[in-house]
Design a protein around this ligand. Sequence first.
Ligand code: FES
Length: 82
Amino acid sequence: METAVRNGVPGIVAECGGACACATCHVYVDEAWMDKVGQPSEMEEGMLDFATDLRPTSRLSCQIKLTAALDGLVLHTPETQG
Ligand code: FES
């Protein structure tokens, strides 16, 4: 989320600043990256319930910790977010 905001990626509002309390940083993880990104925490899953157009690949981008293993990560923003 922070990387997206710093680089002006449209559709990532991040109202709560990354506190897992708003779901305005909702993204879809590209299928090819699902294993590397991992699963959402219980808290993230609860907040995802407030996002629109949920899919099995939905994540809150503020909860994805970028590491070298995620270099080249492909995420998609929901149409409803911009
Ligand atoms: S920025 Fe609010 S839940 Fe991610």
